[in-house]
Design a protein around this ligand. Structure first.
Ligand SMILES: C[S@@+](CC[C@H](N)C(=O)[O-])C[C@H]1O[C@@H](n2cnc3c(N)ncnc32)[C@H](O)[C@@H]1O
Length: 245
């Protein structure tokens, strides 16, 4: 009888879901036998789905403003996540040029409203242009200029299906606490740039961003209200669904 694959994580001495009894932990086998994707594969992941002309233009202009948009593969993942939960109300921190906002809106329900926060008015002007060109008006895309940690507490508790965080990384742990309040049960939180510079995996790194990134993963892992996963898509997308205790 075949061993179910869903038991990954149990000790190899009792089950051997991946057929690697020489390893003490079955997931080690998965790591050892699956090479990291090549650069060509990585590029393929970003390019196999086309992006619209408006999004390509927004990417170019974001580059000029020094505000890096989410990777194409991350944009596609955000659209899928929004679609999967039929998101109607979404909060975003880090409007940037509007690339991630457009992806979220494209996956949300037809009446859905994106509330997007950024402390830079100039990038939000660019986002507004991008979103207008894609047919998302002021009602579908509500842009708020301000600091995330000032604006998030003013939003309604339990009223949101998805909260996407792509702003100041040192604020991720505080943003998680606020997101937890804003989300309904079954809602999703997502953080971008978790693996961007590799510092999260360097336990000796004490720089404030590395510490904050690790803190947010630990907070999600240690709280029974979250079911989390850290996805190696784009520059690293940490997602978690809020569940009842
Ligand atoms: C990586 S860019 C966002 C890119 C955007 N999500 C996209 O895909 O187009 C980060 C943005 O966060 C904004 N930001 C940084 N710190 C912030 C804060 N404390 N509050 C609100 N926005 C912040 C920056 O102005 C910048 O536009």
């Amino acid at each position: 009888m075949q061993t179910p694959r869903s038991v990954v994580g149990q000790a190899a001495s009792t089950v051997d879901p991946l057929g690697c009894s020489q390893f003490s932990h079955p997931w080690r086998c998965a790591i050892t036998s699956s090479p990291l994707p090549s650069k060509a594969s990585w590029n393929y992941a970003d390019e196999w789905l086309d992006e619209s002309e408006q999004i390509r233009a927004a990417r170019d202009r974001a580059g000029e403003l020094g505000c890096t948009p989410v990777a194409p593969s991350t944009a596609h993942a955000l659209r899928v996540l929004a679609k999967a939960i039929n998101a109607e109300n979404v909060v975003e921190v880090g409007t940037g040029a509007g690339v991630s906002g457009a992806a979220l809106l494209s996956g949300m329900s037809a009446e859905g409203v994106l509330t997007s926060i950024d402390n830079e008015a100039e990038v939000q002007r660019l986002a507004r242009e991008t979103l207008n060109n894609l047919g998302y008006d002021h009602i579908r895309a509500r842009l708020i200029t301000g600091r995330a940690l000032d604006v998030l507490p003013r939003l309604t508790d339990g009223a949101y299906d998805l909260v996407f965080i792509d702003g100041d990384r040192t604020e991720y742990p505080a943003a998680l606490s606020l997101a937890k309040r804003l989300l309904r049960e079954g809602g999703l939180v997502a953080f971008d740039n978790m693996l961007a510079d590799g510092s999260i995996g360097d336990s000796s790194s004490r720089n404030p961003e590395a510490v904050a990134l690790r803190d947010v993963t630990h907070a999600l892992r240690d709280d029974d209200n979250w079911v989390p996963a850290l996805l190696t898509v784009g520059s690293g997308l940490l997602i978690a669904i809020k569940v009842a205790e």
